[in-house]
Design a protein around this ligand. Structure first.
Ligand SMILES: [Zn+2]
Length: 141
């Protein structure tokens, strides 16, 4: 009887990392914008800098700046300790990308369907009603 060797070690393939890095805010020629990725094959836009298309799994992808405006899809208000109320919601960017984001509200009440705009304050970013965002930019000028 002859002994045959049997391979007992499985071939392991490492998973392909999806997000290239955690930071969603990047500097572009027209200022700070949310970083996105567009698939060169199917055209799908995604939030964050990705190495694989989440729609067709192509690795032919390009880094893009996402639009700064969008529509509030839905929101909630978190009541967190002494920090008070923190509005949080989903924003459908004009590029068909949905992102979870901090929100600000003052005189314009948040309602689904409201036009909102990205506001960058140092390392922090959030969305505010379009008119409010414009006021904030004037204050900073
Ligand atoms: Zn794709």
């Amino acid at each position: 009887m002859s002994a045959t060797s049997v391979a007992t070690e499985a071939i392991v393939s490492l998973p392909v990392a999806d997000l290239e890095n955690d930071g969603l805010l990047g500097m572009f020629p027209d200022g700070p914008r949310l970083i996105g990725t567009r698939c060169d094959d199917c055209g799908r836009a995604m939030l964050g800098e990705r190495v694989v298309c989440s729609s067709c799994v192509s690795t032919q992808v390009s880094r893009i700046a996402l639009p700064t405006t969008g529509v509030l899809y839905s929101y909630t208000r978190l009541h967190v300790g002494a920090d008070g109320v923190r509005p949080l919601g989903y924003v459908d960017l004009d590029d068909d990308v949905r992102t979870l984001a901090d929100l600000r509200e003052d005189t314009i009440p948040l309602v689904p369907g409201l036009r909102v705009e990205l506001v960058v304050d140092g390392d922090a970013w959030f969305f505010a009603p379009v008119d409010r965002a414009r006021d904030r930019k004037k204050e900073n000028d």
